[in-house]
Design a protein around this ligand. Structure first.
Ligand code: MSP
Length: 511
């Protein structure tokens, strides 16, 4: 059984922004964590390339949509590699394979008698690629998300019988584990309780889309096509590409991690489409919050868009990961503040974790010939062993329910407690008394061992920092031993040679 996790498939109207980096980093941490637990992970990301929005963006640039999409898709692909995202599949919805899956899926939905021709009238937001519910019927109404005027549409479209699935959708969304967090679930319950309306799945005014078989001037509505990218991604690299291959290759998704603005598509339309096609629905849809900057919505017009690549080149991968994962509770909105960023990185990573490793390994090098001391085990009770085991247990419990900020805080607490232990025991005083050498060995061993566990716990969250800690401890992580087993106390081997010290994290300065 695979564990399938997806980011949204990002529109290629622009390069990645902090919001897309945020979702992708969270998915990456979850994917890495599940792999460490030994699960067979399929981590899917990709791009959503069709529709009016992309068609217009290409037109404005004076190029063909296909060339525009090639260019931006490549930027996304490279971008995720720069961020060291461990994705397994990168799906482009303009690929031939994807088109085959969409057609096959459409045939299934048609065979369920869920498609009919109708007239779609209403106010449309091209930014959202979505009709808006009765906005006071005026062209001056702006989409609250995009702040752009809505457009009036009146055209013949094919419709999907969403209303037929009212009861089934109610049952699915009433399952507490299906939509998280709870506030988002309540929004959707409320929306569905008003009664589901059929929605149009084709367009006659958009040429940049997948043609609907049998209807010359119709292309599939971009959302109908895009959601299927999650399915087609699974078999995207197989020569024999079909819906069945994707289903057998791992469908359904275990978790779709998305922003709160696109929850309806994922938690209502998508399950209904899947049931109609005789397929399993995703196990969970998690709607995270929105990021603001210094308390303000980010936007080109406000001139406050934070370029994630600047952050990456200036501070590196791990500091950005740490801030976004540890400082924002997944599901809530979050704010990016420059000074807070500097403070958090300096306090948590440099002063607490970095300093712990630094001071302990240098004591060990100095007193024990550049080696890890043997564990003398002279105390009856090992306080640090107890604290580390509790932290490991809490971390796993929190991570399993996607409380990544709390899992990160658990690692930080262990580092704080380990520093406290060191301060209490004061090995720098004990070393002056020759009969206290065994006690010093025990203390230093314990602290290094706790640091090893801290490094292991950071593996899914901060992969670079984790491997630096590992190197500084003499490469103690064991590839062949299950991760959970490695998290058990006492596996640091005495006499392990410690390498030359190098700083694992740099302190940041205010701009
Ligand atoms: N193409 C659709 C998704 C199709 S999935 C089959 C789409 N793309 S998007 O590029 O516009 O948005 C991608 C994601 O970015 C969404 O989950 C959206 O919520 C998220 N974000 C956009 N702005 C954001 C912030 N300021 N903060 C956090 N996430 C934000 O929608």
């Amino acid at each position: 059984m695979s564990f399938v996790i997806t980011t949204p498939l990002y529109y290629v109207n622009d390069k990645p922004h902090l919001g897309s980096v945020y979702t992708t980093l969270i998915c990456d941490a979850i994917a890495r964590y599940k792999r460490l637990l030994g699960e067979d992970v399929i981590f899917i990301t990709g791009v959503d390339e069709h529709g009016l929005k992309i068609q217009r963006t290409a037109n404005e640039k004076g190029i063909e949509p296909k060339s525009h999409c090639d260019e931006i898709s490549e930027i996304f692909n490279i971008n995720w590699k720069n961020w060291d995202i461990s994705f397994d599949k990168f799906i482009r919805t303009s690929s031939k394979n994807h088109e085959l899956v969409v057609n096959e899926f459409y045939e299934r939905v048609k065979a369920s008698d869920d498609i009919y021709m109708g007239v779609q009238k209403g106010w449309y937001c091209v930014g959202c690629e979505e009709f808006k519910d009765n906005p006071s019927n005026s062209s001056t109404y702006k989409c609250p998300i995009h702040q752009k005027n809505l457009e009036w549409k009146n055209e013949e479209n094919l419709f999907f019988k969403l209303s037929k699935y009212q009861k089934k959708i109610e049952k699915i969304i009433n399952e507490p584990s299906f939509i998280e967090p709870i506030e988002r679930r309540n929004e959707i319950l409320n929306f569905v309780s008003k009664g589901l309306k059929d929605f149009s799945i084709s367009r006659t005014n958009v040429s940049w889309g997948i043609p609907v078989p049998g209807y010359d001037n119709h292309t599939f509505y971009v959302w109908f096509d895009a959601l299927l990218g999650y399915v087609s991604a699974i078999s995207s690299d197989k020569a024999d590409h079909s819906l069945e291959k994707s289903i057998n290759g791992g469908w359904p998704a275990d978790i779709h991690l998305i922003g709160k603005d696109i929850l309806r598509f994922h938690a209502v339309y998508w399950p209904a489409m899947l049931i109609s096609a005789g397929m399993k629905v995703p196990k969970k849809v998690f709607g995270h919050g929105f990021l603001t900057r210094e308390g303000q919505k980010m936007g080109k017009s406000l001139g406050n868009v934070l370029d994630p690549n600047l952050l990456l080149s200036k501070y590196g991968n791990d500091p950005v990961r740490w801030y976004l994962i540890k400082d924002i509770s997944l599901g809530n909105d979050g704010d990016f503040q420059d000074r807070r960023f500097v403070d958090i990185i300096n306090n948590d990573l440099a002063n607490t974790i970095g300093n712990l490793l630094n001071r302990t390994s240098s004591m060990s090098r100095k007193w024990f010939d550049n080696k890890v001391p043997n564990n003398e085990k002279i105390s009856k009770e090992n306080k640090l062993e107890f604290l580390a085991s509790a932290s490991v247990e809490n971390y796993i419990n929190k991570f399993n329910i996607y409380k990544l900020d709390q899992a990160a805080n658990e690692v930080l607490s262990l580092a704080i407690n380990t520093n406290l232990y060191l301060n209490e025991r004061q090995p720098w005083l004990l070393i002056k008394e020759s009969d206290k050498l065994p006690a010093v060995k025990e203390i230093i061993y314990n602290v290094l061992e706790s640091t090893r566990i801290i490094g292991l716990l950071l593996q899914p969250l901060l992969p670079e920092l984790s491997s630096k800690i590992n190197l500084q401890l003499g490469s103690t992580y064991q590839k062949d031993v299950p991760w959970k087993q490695q998290l058990q106390w006492g596996q640091l081997i005495g006499d392990t040679k410690l390498p030359k010290p190098t700083p694992i994290i740099n302190k940041l300065e205010y701009e």
